[in-house]
Structure formats: C-alpha cells, structure tokens
Design a protein around this ligand. Structure first.
Ligand SMILES: *Cc1c(COP(=O)(O)O)cnc(C)c1O
Length: 430
C-alpha cells in the first residue's frame, strides 16, 4: 500500500501542529505507525491522500450514522451556507433542531445548543451545581465526558492509550471535586454517597460506556443510579453524546427506560458538523442565563450550518425501519468478526448495543474498566494494521467503539469479513 503523500503530510503537520493532529487519538500512538490523511468520503468509504480506499467504521468517531457526504446533509449544508454562515442572532433552524431533540427524548424539556460534547458536559455540570448548590460530581472510571478540567479524571480510551490517566494542568483542588466510582458497580457509588452526604450535585455517566470500548450497563445499574441520586437530592446526568440517536431513536434512556434529569448530546445531532447540546428538566434548565444565574454562552452556538446538517440527519433517522436495519447490519458484521476470531483461536469478546460495538482482544466477559484493561492491545494493533492495509478502517486504539452506518452494504461486510480472516491470523501470530 502506497502512503508516500500521507507520510509527507504528517511530517509537515508535525512542524506546525502538536503531534501533527488536532485530537490526540488520531495520531495512531495506540497502534503504532502513522495516520493516513483523508481527502474525501462517500457513503461507507473514505479515500486517503494516496488514493487508498477504505470501508470506514470510524464514522468520524460516531457522528456519521448516515455515512459520508449523505446527499440530504450535503444539500442542507450548501443551502444554509449560501444564506450566510453565522449571525449571532436567533435563527429558525435552532428551534427546529431543539424540537426534534425534545420530541425524541421526553426527559428533555428545554435544550441549549453548544459547539461540542465537551462544552455540553461541562455546562450540564454547571447547571447541576447551580440547581443543587452542591459542588461534587461522581463520574465513572473509563467514562469520557470531554476534556474540561473537572471531567478529565480517569477518562477512558484517549488517556489510557497515551498512558496519561489524569491530565497535567488540572489543579488538584479542582480534580478533588470529582469523585470516582466503577461502572456497573453500585457499591462503589453507594460508598461515595455515604462518604460525601449532602455534597454531591450530580452523577454523570455514559449510559452505555463507549469510551473504554463499548460496555453495556448491567441489569439494574442505570435504575440503581436513578434511585440513589433521587434519594440523595442529586441529579442524574446521562452523557448521550455517543448513544443519542445511535443506540435507538430515543437514545439509551429510551432503550433502557431510565429517565435522567439532564442529558448531553453531540456527534450525531450535528451530522458531522461541530455541535453539542445539553438539556433536561425545565426547573434545572431554568438556571441557564438569561433565565437564571448560571452563565453559559457561545459566539457560534446554534450555528445555522451545523444545525441544518443536524436537522437533515435527524429527519433521515425518523424514516421507518432505520434502526432495525442498522442493528441487522451490526449483528451480521459482529457475528462474522467473532467467527473470524474463533477460527484463528484469538480470544475476542464483542460487545454490541445497536449499531455501536467493540471487539476486545480478551476472553471476557468485558463488563467494566478493570476487564477492559486486561485486553491485549498489541494483538489489536496487529489486527488493526492488517485491516487497514486491506482497506478497512477501524479506530486506531484497542479501547474505542466501531460504528455501523445506514449505508454499509453487503459488499462492505463481505470485504470486511474476508479481511478479518487474514487479520485474525496476524493477530494470533503475535
Ligand atoms: C465524544 C464525547 C464527548 C466529547 O465530545 P466532543 O465533541 O469531542 O467535545 C463527551 N462525551 C462522550 C460520551 C463522548 O463520546
């Protein structure tokens, strides 16, 4: 596989951009080697600077549930941009996108648009603190809620891949406001509530963990969080930046039937443009300025072009049978990947919720952070590079999710599974 142009671009990039990338996990440090520079995408495929073609399961890390350059999204972006790209004043699209979100997620009565998932989570926590008058927040080891100071504690894949479990530059006093618990372990949550009675403003959780690889919630875990937060007057925040409009139209809260107080969104709701949102109970969201005393703002928030891409995406997802088809494709794909692993006697555990899945190189079960870390990252790296060379693009880290889109075809799956057979042989040969 020729990668001369990508190599040269990466060299140039490193002269002017830290590590040559604008988000760390793009650097391939977790798997070794150098990232291809992507020139274009269409449907399920992307092409790099050397014109190598890949079947893409990265999906820009989740947003592209309709695949690349979906005609209705492209048209919406073009039409919106031609009318002007930003006004710093209200625009009708913001109302439409907010309505679509509120309609899909009944727990969301009021919603504020921001520019990223990071901003959404940071702001949701500010509202929870404003509403409760308390300062501490419980998060789960291995869950990622963006890179804001207080949430960058034991924050999953990106940090784990680079072996920096906690970021430098975060004041200890501030990180001390963040309490840690273990995903799928209610006892660890009870301990924090017992030790910090009356001080906990919120519990924030990825209802399906997606940033330590995919780990579904165990039976009763989310309801347990609902019960303990209610009992202690703390708020429950579901970070649905990945799962919103992905695992079901109603998100993980619809799928598992547990109602959070606040929800954060991003990724899919921007259709590949920068966006985030936080929303929830009306009484909590009334803390937000200009209604209430908690300030949160943004020059480009609710950007009309991003909003147009989001509306086009959410409308396509309302068509009948979309989520059923997404799931069918993912079931077939993951069954094939598991079979390829089994055929070469590579211990692999596939976790899947809807069209969101991970392959852990690990005999399993993989039900939390501790189990995740027992995975064989070197075997994943061998698998990953073999797949990439054969034209299949998975995430460049053993601790990430893979994403099926509405435009993955039977031919894509066939190509992927043929490649997986050879890649598992490589993985086994470590
Ligand atoms: C991606 C992600 C974020 C951060 O969103 P950005 O848009 O990258 O800032 C927050 N929470 C979860 C669960 C995510 O997957």
């Amino acid at each position: 596989m020729n990668n001369n142009l990508s190599r040269r671009l990466f060299e140039e990039a490193q002269k002017v951009i830290p590590g040559g990338v604008n988000s760390p996990v793009r650097s391939f440090r977790g798997v070794g080697g150098e990232p291809p520079f992507i020139m274009r995408g269409r449907g399920s495929r992307v092409w790099d600077a050397d014109n190598n073609e890949y079947v893409d399961y990265l999906a820009s890390w989740g947003p592209l549930v309709l695949g690349h350059a979906h005609p209705s999204v492209v048209l919406a972006v073009q039409e919106s941009a031609s009318r002007g790209t930003s006004f710093g004043a209200p625009t009708p699209g913001e109302v439409e996108l907010a309505r679509l979100v509120c309609a899909a997620l009944p727990s969301v009565e009021l919603v504020r648009l921001v520019n990223s998932g990071t901003e959404a989570c940071m702001s949701a926590i500010r509202m929870a603190r404003a509403f409760t008058g308390r300062s501490k927040v419980v998060k789960f080891v291995g869950c990622y809620h963006g890179h804001s100071d207080g949430l960058l504690v034991k924050a999953g894949s990106g940090a784990a891949t680079l072996s920096v479990p906690d970021s430098a530059g975060v004041p200890a006093a501030y990180a001390g406001e963040t309490l840690l618990a273990d995903f799928n372990d209610m006892d660890s949550v009870r301990e924090q509530f017992a030790a910090h009675r009356g001080d906990i403003a919120a519990v924030i959780v990825e209802p399906v963990a997606g940033n330590m690889g995919v780990v579904p919630p165990g039976e009763g875990f989310l309801q347990g969080l609902r019960d303990i937060t209610s009992e202690h007057g703390a708020l429950l925040i579901f970070d649905e930046v990945i799962t919103g409009f992905r695992v079901a139209h109603g998100g993980a809260q619809g799928l598992y039937g547990v109602t959070p107080d606040l929800t954060t969104l991003g990724k899919i709701i921007g259709g590949g443009m920068p966006i985030g949102a936080y929303g929830g109970r009306s009484d909590v969201m009334q803390q937000v300025a200009p209604l209430g005393p908690a300030y949160q703002a943004g020059t480009l928030s609710g950007n009309p072009v991003a909003v147009a891409a989001g509306i086009a995406t959410l409308k396509s997802l309302e068509l009948p049978g979309v989520y059923e088809r997404l799931e069918e494709t993912a079931v077939e794909l993951t069954a094939g990947l598991q079979a390829a692993a089994d055929a070469h006697e590579v211990p692999v555990t596939v976790n899947r919720v809807g069209s969101l899945f991970s392959m852990f190189f690990n005999p399993g079960p993989v039900d939390g952070w501790e189990a995740v870390t027992r995975s064989d990252a070197a075997a994943y790296a061998r698998f990953f590079h073999s797949m990439l060379e054969q034209g299949v693009y998975f995430a460049p880290s053993a601790f990430e999710a893979a994403f099926v889109s509405t435009v993955h075809t039977p031919e894509d799956l066939e190509l992927t599974l043929a490649a997986a057979d050879a890649a598992m042989e490589k993985a086994a040969a470590g």
